[in-house]
Design a binder for this molecule. Structure first.
Ligand code: C2O
Length: 530
């Protein structure tokens, strides 16, 4: 095992896209930011120095951070933000994980421009469980706004409306040749491993390459049973590794992405492209566009997700909990609350079990570790206050939510099943839920209301996909399981930035275990107070 060191300088830089220049927050002046390379077993030290006038914190999305929430990088959850002029070192080990993950700012909407890839190679001498690719490429899907994102969000909040959708989607920071003032990008030929990351703020995306099938081999840094597909579906927060063979007529082919547009409040169907170009082909050859599933192709989404299976091999077994100690049932709601400072007196809001999460002013992990009272409570309800017809009730049912910084306490090493149930309180919409500090197993999913009498019989307890982010289907439910073996305070939220901002989030307090090396590590010396 090696020690890998990185220096991240947070700085503002002028960047121009779609013929609009604007200052953006970057790491080392790069957009997207630098890639972190490490091997399973390595220790990684990332020194973040904040030269910008914004508070900052950086999250290593999908890294489990065993006992080490201090390196999770969530402003006001696991640390106080890194203030302008200050430095904080993220210090963590890569244990039992290999594949593609990513990093992003975890404070307000700054992840719009502050993000990059994490490439975790398997241990030295351990090959991939699939053919060795000749080369690799990171494909980071993102979004671009011509105007200042913070201003757009503030404006939306004031009006009690969702902010404007982005002006373009991006691949590795660029909207592609279908948009004005957009550079062309090309990738070369051969068997390639594409490490695809969805860093978009608010869109689940389809991605395809014209004329080429892709073989999915890994999701969220977990190997899968390989399967071939024309397109993939990827939610914000998720990563997907695919193999692609350049075995077609030499030419130029578009790779493209566009939203799985199941969000009625945010109509957005812009297509981002980049070019896959075979060697020796002139730049003047017209590229071919791929067939992407239609924006409302729910059938594709369901069948694609059903194909995702853990590898479950002797070397990479699937340790899905077969028995459950703690059953949780959380409803996902979007609604409207009163708002004194808003123009029309109301604001859009989001909730779990009708509770809208209120961000604390002190880091929750600090409050837990140092036993600071009054920062949060641990009375988050295990199920909604009263059951109702979640996907069939009229839109006006259950509109008001209560506010609170309420968490759920989980015993160390207990097995947890959480059913996330979408509702049609205001709109019916799909939600990519991300749990920090863990991977979980997606044991079941369905459309309509979850039925505790019938649905568990249909669970996959053999090779369920293991991920850190799961899309809860529109008007449906998803059941996940995990073993609570990582003590700390772990955030869980919808990875649509819009919904996180509206309060679609909570956290688990996983208690310390008894015995050596089963409690939260002491905090690092440079951890700053709020
Ligand atoms: Cu990728 Cu809490 O985030």
């Amino acid at each position: 095992a090696a020690v890998k060191r990185y220096q991240f300088d947070i700085q503002v830089k002028n960047v121009s896209r779609l013929c609009h220049a604007k200052p953006i927050v970057t790491v080392n002046g790069m957009f997207p930011g630098p890639t972190i390379y490490a091997r399973e077993g390595d220790r990684v030290l990332i020194n973040v120095t904040n030269h910008a006038q914004y508070n900052m914190s950086i999250h290593w999305h999908g890294l489990k951070q065993f006992r080490n929430g201090w390196a999770d990088g969530l402003a006001y959850i696991t640390q106080c933000p890194i203030q302008s002029g200050h430095t904080y070192t993220y210090d963590f080990n890569v244990t039992g994980q290999r594949g593609t993950l990513w990093w992003h700012a975890h404070i307000f909407w700054l992840r719009a421009t502050v993000y990059g890839a994490i490439v975790l190679m398997p241990k030295q001498g351990t090959p991939f469980p699939f053919p060795q690719p000749y080369r690799e490429n990171n494909i980071i899907l993102g979004e671009w706004w011509n105007n200042d994102v913070e201003e757009i969000v503030k404006q939306g909040n004031k009006l009690g409306l969702p902010p404007n959708t982005s002006d373009a989607h991006t691949i590795n920071g660029k909207p592609g040749p279908l948009f004005p003032c957009s550079e062309k990008r090309r990738t070369r030929k051969d068997l390639s491993l594409l490490r695809i990351i969805n860093a978009a703020l608010n869109d689940e995306l389809f991605f395809a390459v014209a004329g080429h099938n892709m073989t999915v081999v890994e999701i969220d840094a977990v190997y899968t049973k390989p399967f071939t597909t024309q397109a993939i579906l990827i939610a914000p927060g998720q990563t997907t590794n695919v193999l692609i063979q350049a075995n077609q007529a030499p030419g130029r082919y578009f790779m493209a992405a566009r939203p799985f547009m199941d969000a009625p409040l945010t109509v957005d169907n812009k297509t981002v492209t980049a070019i896959l170009q075979y060697k020796g082909i002139p730049n003047t050859v017209l590229p071919v566009l791929p067939q992407l599933p239609l924006p409302n192709d729910t059938a594709f989404a369901l069948s694609y997700n059903a194909k995702l299976r853990s590898l479950n091999s002797p070397l990479y077994p699937t340790n899905v909990p077969l028995k459950v100690d703690r059953h949780l049932f959380y409803t996902i709601g979007l609604g409207i609350n009163q708002c004194a400072t808003c123009l029309n007196g109301t604001q859009l809001t989001a909730s779990l079990n009708n509770i809208t999460f209120v961000m604390p002013r002190t880091g929750l992990l600090q409050a837990h570790y140092f036993n600071i009272k009054g920062v949060f409570t641990t009375d988050f309800p295990d199920r909604p206050p009263k059951p109702f017809n979640y996907t069939g009730a009229p839109l006006t049912a259950n509109l008001g939510t209560t506010l609170g910084t309420r968490l759920s306490k989980i015993s160390f090493n207990s097995t947890v099943e959480l059913v996330l149930q979408d509702t049609n309180l205001l709109t019916v919409e799909s939600h990519p839920f991300h749990l920090h500090g863990y991977n979980f197993f997606i044991v079941g999913t369905g459309i309509g209301n979850y039925d505790p009498a019938k649905d568990p019989a249909k669970y996959n307890l053999v090779d369920p996909p293991e991920r850190n982010t799961v899309g809860v289907p529109t008007g449906g439910w998803t059941a996940i399981r995990f073993r609570a073996d990582n003590p700390g305070v772990w955030f869980m939220h919808c990875h649509l930035e819009l919904h996180t901002g509206w309060g679609l989030k909570t956290a688990f307090v996983v208690e310390n275990g008894k015995g050596p090396n089963l409690s939260i590590l002491p905090p690092p010396k440079d951890l700053s107070p709020c």
